[in-house]
Ligand binder design. Structure first.
Ligand code: FAD
Ligand code: NAG
Ligand code: NAG
Ligand code: NAG
Length: 542
């Protein structure tokens, strides 16, 4: 059995030693863009309009939500980013590596930000949101997420909502990628069992997850969920940057947004209509604060009029710290994003990426130091995260008050000792994987014939049984998994129906409402949530 695995590995490694150039040539994008018939440049929209629902943010949760509500109501989606088709590199799996490090020009799909912790991070700024710039791994939420979300879930509807998403955007990956196949073997050899084959559900053990990349590498992000909308009821405005939500007393009545020429527009809601904020975990708390909903002292210090004193807006900001290690491979390999995940007890997860890219190593977008880029190595990263992050942070407005500027965010990684304990367990498991026969193969031989892993950056702690040295390693190598969440938590800022507590006609539906990020990767549950809340609203009103 063991030998058989090893043979397969060697075979597949041999097959993949092609020039990287050839392998990473961009696939021809093949998306269903019928949604484009109702997408408009914000400059072409009237300066005053009325709708049943206005959705702020055409992102991962916002698109399925808008589509669902359009079956019965008139919908306006306001998205600050552009049409993803203007950026072919985000439309396929290979292009993403380069696009990531291409820079932030203030308009392209990748908005960089650096938290006060000093960790580089990325936000999606494009129609489709994070689902257009992410690594595409699709896996449903874990049981404890549903138990602790503060929502009285209709689990049958949850199931239906996941299925509705999956029929349109999710593929079962073919595990023809040498690295992902090797990583899967290593997990099984390293005791991450059982082997759950391919599954979209959250199951302890090793599994192949879903992907929004099809087997030709084409991305199918949240924008394609817009294809299921009623086209006569929906308008999507791009380059429409919402400046603030407008109120009459404690009722939301409309929004003010600017187009790419800086011209201001207002859109208001009909009686019984709603404003739904789906601007993401950074964008939604930022917009509530700019609109006057937040801690009075913070708003007053910026001379912002207070609509509602709400101490929890911008609080409980959380990012799942990414731990792990990156190894320089002694051969070239087809790049791959994660297709496989190891789910350990205590909701600790391990995935792996391979490629020539900066995307893999701790800085989220800075270039590698020149000495390593000059040899153009292929890298393999073993990366992990855990769901239950106890360290919490905050988000404040930058005094510039420009909605286009990222607010100031601190996540306080590892400020709670439980988080360090979980990192230690995860790093030890990475150590186990490096001891497997499969992964031994990526050791490099020096002139004396000694074999060792060529770590990029800090080498993995040698004595993994020494708690304090592993903890030190965790702190020194901390980076992001890009699954930051919080800022408008259920039970604190919104109720179990995602309605802003204390305000009429206003909801928040996106990752800012999560106290825990769902499953190994949150996108599946964010898309599900958009559909789910949409269905709930339809049920309540019909
Ligand atoms: C690099 C990277 C890799 C990732 N990999 C994965 C992965 O493989 N699998 C996975 O499950 N998850 C992954 N994630 C996480 C996942 O993509 C995000 O958690 C998810 O997309 C967030 O969804 P959301 O609906 O909360 O917000 P978003 O999808 O970010 O949507 C918010 C939208 O609101 C818009 N917006 C914000 N402010 C305004 C405003 N004032 N006016 C108008 N529009 C506004 C934004 O432009 C954006 O389109 C990754 C994330 C990143 C960044
Ligand atoms: C929208 O229109 C303005 C003005 O014509 C133009 O400058 C901008 O590039 C357009 N945006 C898109 C996404 O087409
Ligand atoms: C706030 O924004 C200004 C202007 O862009 C910038 O110079 C400053 O560094 C920002 N402050 C923080 C704390 O991020
Ligand atoms: C464990 O690691 C710490 C910090 O690196 C070090 O000071 C200590 O001596 C180590 N203990 C043992 C038993 O090796």
């Amino acid at each position: 059995m063991e030998r058989c695995k090893v043979t397969i590995l060697i075979l597949s490694l041999t097959i993949s030693i092609f020039p990287l150039q050839l392998l990473s040539s961009e696939a021809i994008p093949n998306q269903d863009v019928s949604y484009m018939k109702f997408v408009h440049n914000a400059t072409d929209l009237p300066t005053k309009e009325e709708y049943d629902y206005i959705i702020i943010g055409g992102g991962t949760a916002g698109c399925p939500l808008a589509t669902t509500l359009s079956s019965k109501f008139s919908i306006l989606v306001l998205e600050r980013g552009s049409d993803p088709n203007k950026y072919p590199s985000v439309l396929n799996a290979q292009g993403i590596n380069n696009a990531f490090a291409a820079g932030d020009d203030g308009k392209n799909p990748f908005q960089y930000f650096v938290s006060e912790d000093g960790v580089e991070n990325i936000r999606g700024r494009v129609l489709g949101g994070g689902s257009m710039v992410n690594a595409g791994f699709y896996s449903r939420g874990h049981r404890e997420f549903f138990e602790n979300a503060g929502v009285d879930w209709d689990m049958e509807l949850v199931e239906k909502a996941y299925e509705w998403v999956e029929e349109t955007v999710v593929s079962q990956p073919i595990l023809n990628n040498a690295w992902q196949a090797a990583f899967r073997s290593a997990l099984l050899e390293g005791g991450v069992v059982p082997d759950n084959g391919f599954d979209l559900r959250h199951l302890v053990g090793t599994k192949i997850g879903g992907s929004i990349f099809d087997n030709k590498g084409n991305r199918h992000g949240a924008v394609e969920l817009l294809n299921k909308a009623n086209p006569t009821n929906i308008k999507v405005a791009i380059q429409a940057t919402v400046q603030k939500i407008l109120f009459s007393g404690l009722s939301a009545t409309g929004v003010s947004y600017s187009d790419s020429k800086g011209k201001l527009h207002t859109a208001s809601i009909h009686k019984n209509g709603e404003i739904i904020v789906s601007a993401g975990a950074i964008g939604s708390p930022q917009l509530l604060l700019l609109s006057g909903i937040g801690p009075k002292s913070h708003l007053s210090s910026l001379k912002l009029p207070v609509v509602l004193h709400q101490p929890h807006v911008g609080q409980f900001m959380t990012d799942n710290p990414r731990f792990g290690t990156t190894i320089v491979l002694p051969f070239q390999l087809l790049p791959s994003a994660g297709k496989v995940v190891g789910i350990l007890q205590e909701n600790i997860y391990i995935q792996s990426f391979a490629g020539p890219s900066t995307f893999l190593v701790p800085p989220a977008f800075s270039l590698l130091p020149p000495q390593s880029t000059s040899i153009n190595p292929t890298l393999a990263s073993f990366v992990g995260k855990f769901s239950d992050v106890n360290s919490k942070g905050w988000l404040h407005l930058n005094s510039s008050l420009d909605v286009k500027k990222s607010p100031i965010v601190r996540f306080n990684y590892y400020s709670h000792h439980d988080d360090l304990d979980r990192c230690v367990r995860g790093v030890r498991k990475v150590g186990d994987l490096l001891k497997t026969q499969t992964i031994e193969k990526i050791k490099t031989q020096d002139l004396e014939g000694e074999k060792a892993f060529m770590f990029l950056g800090l080498p993995l702690t040698e004595n993994l049984w020494n708690d304090s040295s592993v903890k030190e390693y965790c702190k020194k190598t901390v980076t992001t998994y890009w699954h930051y969440h919080g800022g408008c938590l259920v039970g604190k800022v919104v109720d179990g129906n995602y309605k802003v507590i204390g305000i009429e006609n206003l909801r928040v539906v996106d990752g800012s409402t999560f106290s825990v990020s769902p499953g190994t990767n949150p996108m599946a549950t964010l898309m599900m949530l958009g559909r789910y809340v949409g269905l709930k609203v339809l049920k309540q009103r019909w």
